[in-house]
Design a binder for this molecule. Structure first.
Ligand code: NAP
Length: 255
């Protein structure tokens, strides 16, 4: 266990997080995988171990938006977290597309608590460890919504703008330590994201009707590429749209 290289991926029970974890596993990383859905994580662990039995998996089943749960996870996993080379801050979500005057405050709380506070809490603890090691890379899942805003997305976009600002500040606070900070900013990626946002499978699928969105694997490959750059190279920010999407408001559909 001592000589293994370790990566932590949050939101590894689905979508971009799971695809990224799979690629890191294939690159020989032992993994700490976190999400709320325990069964999903356990099934994923089983599939990974069947492929490469000598690497280690540690599961963290907790709600990242709950500060006490993040603190207790970090305390319990202190020794393995001290060896971490890669942190992929991926867990996140959008809820609702209502305009501000009609939106549900519970949806706002969930987005703010998960996308902003959860990501900040975990990074606080891990960055302290990477600082001591004078090495590591933190990859944040921002979004094109962190640069541009669209109607019905004011709060989701605000959370991703916060991830962008946090990434910049963190990079400044870690300057000179060798720790790299990357902000990946995808456009439309077909995952469970829209189903979670709209709380409806059919409506979630319809978001991608007639166009070819990015896949979770497209983003995972990009994340891996940023990690694999030489240590003196930091891809600070990376915007990736599908070819069928020109901006957050312009999507080409063959319908
Ligand atoms: P997804 O398929 O819905 O996956 C989201 C992941 O986040 C799941 O593993 C989920 O696990 C986890 N998660 C959500 N809330 C959590 C919480 N409170 N505590 C712990 N884990 C939580 O969505 P995705 O598209 O892969 O999204 C991944 C990231 O990419 C998000 O930050 C999203 O904002 C960003 N992004 C997505 C798109 C897109 O179009 N899909 C575009 C740009 C950026 P559990 O439900 O098991 O907890």
């Amino acid at each position: 266990m001592q000589s293994m290289k370790w990566a932590l991926v949050t939101g590894a029970s689905a979508g971009i997080g799971q695809a990224t974890a799979k690629l890191l596993w294939q690159q020989g990383y032992s993994l700490i995988l976190t999400a709320r859905r325990k069964e999903r994580l356990q099934q994923f662990e089983k599939a990974l171990k069947a492929e490469r039995p000598h690497q280690e998996v540690v599961l963290g089943t907790f709600d990242i938006s709950e500060r006490t749960q993040v603190e207790s996870f970090c305390r319990i996993q202190d020794s393995v977290l001290s060896k971490l080379e890669v942190l992929v801050n991926n867990a996140g979500l959008a809820r609702g597309v209502e305009k501000v005057p009609e939106a549900r405050l519970d949806d706002w709380d969930q987005m703010i608590d998960t996308n902003i506070k959860g990501l900040f809490y975990l990074t606080r603890f891990i960055s302290e460890k990477m600082l001591k090691n004078k090495a590591g890379i933190i990859v944040n899942l921002g979004s094109v919504a962190g640069r541009w805003t669209y109607p019905g997305g004011a709060v989701y976009c605000a959370t991703k703008h916060a991830v962008k600002a946090f990434s910049e500040g963190l990079r400044m606070d870690l300057l000179g330590t060798g720790v790299r900070v990357v902000n990946i900013e995808p456009g439309m990626v077909e995952t469970e994201f829209s189903q979670v946002r709209l709380q409806d499978d059919a409506k979630g699928k319809a978001v991608y009707a007639g166009m070819k969105p990015l896949t979770a694997e497209d983003i995972a490959e990009t994340i891996l590429w940023t990690i694999q750059r030489p240590k003196h190279v930091n891809i600070q920010e990376l915007v990736i749209f599908p070819t069928d999407q020109a901006s957050v408001r312009d999507v080409h559909r063959n319908v």
